[in-house]
Ligand binder design. Structure first.
Ligand SMILES: N[C@@H]1[C@@H](O)[C@H](O)[C@@H](COP(=O)(O)O)O[C@@H]1O
Length: 264
């Protein structure tokens, strides 16, 4: 795991966006894994700016989102399809037919999960996967106790996650308790994984992810098993880590090495 600790949410978004920009420059026909929640919004704004300035193009990109509420179709304002259109897809040169979000309105959700896995495979797998994290350590909608090798499937949300996401729904609005989510195994298959977290309310989850044991009690701890996982966090989200100075030292050395290589 590469742990990158930055001053604030603005720096976190910029660092995360730069990883996606680098991927798109290296491989314009990349397959991107995308995420929802409030954390990735600023990263998406960075990508929109770069696209509108002509610095990067999404014209050859295929994308797969992590998850969707089961019971909401894509026209529902709280659906993750709606969110992605609003926050990213409507503002960039991506072909909408190559953007995939699990179908929240699937008649047969189990078949839809298998088809989602098959589509990821047919696209050649995910080159770079963006992740946020829930306060209980969930990634996508893989709640605590999720199988560490799980694939895309229907998952029941915990009360904590329902409560955390209630702020997006109005009082009399139906809030789904079920989701379709990529599994932890699906996420671990991505070639690179970038997890962003900001704010003190994520500090305990980040501590468990980075320094805790590998355990289904903290689904994000599975990233300890990934060969190329980058955890990009601000000082507040890093505040419970025991080895902050060590992580900062490693990252400074990494940056020096990269600068030396770039100068060659
Ligand atoms: N399914 C999403 C997750 O993918 C996201 O990481 C989490 C945290 O969201 P936020 O970034 O708003 O804290 O919320 C939801 O539960």
């Amino acid at each position: 795991m590469q742990i990158v600790i930055l001053k604030d949410a603005t720096e976190v978004a910029r660092y995360g966006a730069d990883l996606f920009v680098a991927q798109l420059k290296k491989q314009p026909a990349s397959t991107l894994g995308l995420a929802t929640g409030s954390t990735p919004v600023a990263l998406y704004q960075n990508l929109i700016e770069k696209n509108q300035q002509g610095d990067i193009s999404f014209s050859q990109v295929t994308s797969f989102n992590l998850d969707e509420y089961l019971g909401l179709d894509g026209s529902h304002p709280q659906s993750y399809r709606f969110f992605m259109n609003e926050q990213l897809f409507d503002h960039i040169d991506i072909a909408k037919e190559r953007t995939h979000v699990p179908p929240g309105d699937a008649q047969d959700p189990i078949a839809a999960c298998q088809e989602y896995e098959a589509r990821i495979l047919a696209a050649g797998g995910i080159d770079i996967q963006l992740l946020g994290i829930g306060r209980n350590g969930h990634i996508g909608f893989n709640e605590p106790s999720s199988g560490l090798t799980s694939r895309t499937r229907v998952k029941t949300l915990t009360k904590a996650t329902i409560d955390d996401n209630a702020r997006f729904f109005s009082e009399d609005e139906y809030q789904p308790h079920l989701s379709i989510t990529m599994g932890i195994g699906t996420i671990l298959d991505a070639k690179k994984v970038v997890l962003l977290a900001t704010g003190e309310n994520k500090a305990a989850a980040i501590k468990a992810t980075v320094e805790g044991p590998l355990t289904a009690s903290c689904p994000a701890s599975a990233l300890q098993m990934h060969r190329d996982a980058v955890i990009v966090i601000d000082e507040a989200a890093a505040s419970e880590l025991a080895d902050v100075d060590f992580y900062k030292h490693i990252e400074a050395e990494n940056q020096k090495l990269l600068a030396r290589l770039a100068a060659k």
